[in-house]
Design a protein around this ligand. Sequence first.
Ligand SMILES: C[S@@+](CC[C@H](N)C(=O)[O-])C[C@H]1O[C@@H](n2cnc3c(N)ncnc32)[C@H](O)[C@@H]1O
Length: 465
Amino acid sequence: MLLHSAVTNAQEFTGYPSYSFPPYSIDPSVRGVPRQRRSRMHEAALRAAGSGILAAVEGECADWQQLRDQLVSGLELAGHVSTDRVAAALRAVRRDVFVPGIEPERVYRDEAFPIKYDEDGFPVSSSSQPAIMARMLEQLDVQPGHRVLEIGTGTGYNAALLGQLVGETGAVVSVDIDADLVTDARERLAACGVSQVTAVCGDGGLGWSENGPYDRIIATVGAWDITPAWVAQLAPHGRLVLPLDLRGPQRSIAFQPIDNHLESVSVVDCVFMRLRGAFTGPESIHRLGPERGVLLGLAEQRPIDADGLYAALADPGGDVPSGVRVTLSEVMDGLSLWLALREPAIAGLSAFDATANHGLVPALIEYPGRGTATVALVGTGALAALVRLGEEQPFELGARPLGQEGHRLAQRLIRHIHDWDTQGRPGTAGLQVSAYPRGSDHAAIADANIIIEKRYTRLALTWAR
Ligand SMILES: C[S@@+](CC[C@H](N)C(=O)[O-])C[C@H]1O[C@@H](n2cnc3c(N)ncnc32)[C@H](O)[C@@H]1O
């Protein structure tokens, strides 16, 4: 389920190595560290920062400004930052104040930092990776004086950046579902003198109607659907940016209202932790086998035979070659989305910690010494997983049968690889997403390449030719 940072940095990844998988990822930094101890470490860091924020703010030194400048220059070079305004905001706001307990050199690297975990060790809040934060701020196109709603306050860092972008005449409301996060974020925002931002606690799926309508709405947490409140609270000329689930994989989509629907104006790869609360999606994550490290993430709830699948992992057949050479970037940006849109039983499969060394999960993506991950088609007691054949770049893609019925699934994966290749390897580039209210019947919907039915929304996906 985890992919690597060499592919693209434009990801959030909640602390995973910069690339993550449909539909879920787990933070490899939690590996091997007992959850209780991790949580205490994080809580201690947060408490320390809470009491020492002012000292931290006063303690800014020239080196930290230099580190910030270096980060921004790197983001500009990589194409994540394209406007002076976003660059200036990133240069002005101190991330170290919002992500306490991390050494300066790391804080200003292009890394995500988890700050809170659930009882299973999955991250539920983080400071997102600067690359995807920058990309989304570019997508959002905030102007001075704007009223902005952010869903997912987290550390408060992105809210502070938004505050910088709206300037003194604008206003930002940032909502988080966790009261402790809101309390900490408020304290840090105040310590930094950010007065345009109001952090509030609530289910962001409901928006925050008191201060609407908003010129801009941004979710910094993965959404399964576009909630009615976000549409209702968006000004007619407004823009909504959110990491939207496309049957497992996410894309950060900037939407603008047009006539009776929302139309995408920009689509960017991303992976975010998922929205909690009343508007949470049906995604599911399963641990396979007795060890904690083998994970299977599905886009929807479906019964699986976890023991049978675990046994299948230990029963690999011969790899089936596809004859198609690819880069990992093409697989993650294009093929994994292609598969997810056509196969409900496509999954992210990963192994971490000790289990990573068992070779159970084919290393389509490898994190040396930490884990492996791939994409798998899941059957009953069998799977087929994408594999790299050979060491060259680009590499030949293959399918590994796992378990008795795995061969049939592998053949199916191979057919998809050929179809995707024949169709010109569609991916994020050229993807247009239209969001209509559920039940809409519109000529443009009928012409779409793919239709995704959500609870409130009908998404029509089209690739420009
Ligand atoms: C990736 S973090 C956001 C990062 C944040 N923008 C920052 O700069 O630190 C996602 C956040 O979304 C919050 N969240 C999850 N579900 C939510 C909901 N229904 N309403 C509001 N916030 C939610 C989580 O508590 C978490 O803090």
